[in-house]
Design a protein around this ligand. Structure first.
Ligand code: ASP
Length: 310
């Protein structure tokens, strides 16, 4: 049955300062426009989320692609996942260091590999074998992030790290992971999430973003979901799938997104944000950080913001 398309994107949940709001809103609106171009000509939700995420990976404002946070060794290590709600096919890459657009490689895995997930060098080899050029890691590094890491490491050297690991997350530290969820004219939904992970992460650390059901999930029988925030708590709760399950149990995305944030906070003291879309076109956008950049478009309405109240 033909359906009106819907697209929702996010650009990370954190205590974004006032002077960064504009760049984030510009970024999510550009992503929205790119994804919408696919949907309005009748293209698949899968293409729409891929194109929306590519725009944000290419935008240095976000913690995805070039301009991402640096890990402890001063290198960019990227993770991404894309999932098709119609078939449950998924493609994920983890800890890649030489791909400008990890979501493109993830999409190739979804479409052309019997496997679902590739990491590190194997992921990069898969990408080149499928026509995606590699870059040097230094091409993904920008001066802002070199300075941010230097400051963070200098501060960390001064303070004793907290015993429960909570020093890994401070809501004021940028968490600009990007994500998109879409519904196309054929009634199919899809989701994608892409990230450079957390600042000063240990090399090889993988967060929630690229793990199926944690940072990203899509199933036509429930919902498409993309999350952002402190990855370790999110992955412990398999939060994207948890949220999709609330929807297949009959709840609306709006309520389920808010419940997911309550659950994240109450169960593991987590911080983050979430976008949710069901196959009937209902959306949910929520965060328990001070801000999260978001934007959505339907045939009737378009809106964007840096805060979303329940
Ligand atoms: N969830 C991401 C991670 O932990 C970070 C983020 O959302 O900004 O890798």
């Amino acid at each position: 049955m033909p359906t009106d398309p819907v697209l929702v994107v996010h650009g990370g949940a954190w205590a974004m300062p006032d002077d960064m709001v504009e760049a984030h809103l510009r970024g999510v609106n550009n992503a929205l426009a790119a994804g919408w171009r696919v949907l309005e000509r009748g293209g698949p939700a899968l293409d729409a989320v891929e194109e929306a995420v590519v725009i944000m990976e290419d935008d240095e404002t976000f913690d995805a692609g070039r301009g991402s946070f640096l890990n402890r060794d001063g290198r960019v290590q990227l993770d991404a996942l894309i999932m098709d709600g119609a078939t449950l096919r998924a493609g994920g890459v983890g800890c890649v260091e030489r791909l400008r657009n990890p979501v493109r490689a993830a999409r190739k895995i979804l479409s052309e590999s019997p496997h679902v997930y590739f990491v590190g060098e194997g992921a990069e080899r898969f990408a080149t074998e499928h026509g995606i050029p590699l870059c040097e890691n230094k091409e993904l590094i920008i001066p802002r992030e070199v300075e941010r890491l230097r400051e963070y490491q200098a501060e960390a050297a001064q303070r004793a790290s907290s015993p429960d690991g909570n020093d890994l997350f401070a809501p004021h530290i940028s968490h600009d992971t990007v994500g998109a969820v879409a519904l196309d004219r054929d009634g199919n939904i899809a989701a994608a999430t892409s990230t450079g992970g957390t600042l000063n992460k240990a090399p090889g650390r993988l967060g929630d973003s690229s793990l199926i059901g944690c940072g990203c999930y899509a199933d036509n029988l429930s919902a498409a979901v993309s999350t952002t925030g402190w990855g370790e708590p999110i992955m412990k709760l398999v939060l994207a799938k948890w949220t999709a399950d609330r929807i297949s149990a009959g709840n609306l995305p709006e309520w389920s997104a808010q419940e997911a944030m309550n659950y994240l906070k109450q169960r593991v003291n987590g911080h983050g944000g979430i976008i949710v879309l069901d196959p009937t076109g209902h959306i949910g956008i929520a965060h328990n950080t001070p801000r999260m950049a978001w934007a959505y478009k339907t045939v009737k309405k378009e809106d964007a913001g840096a805060e979303r109240s329940a």
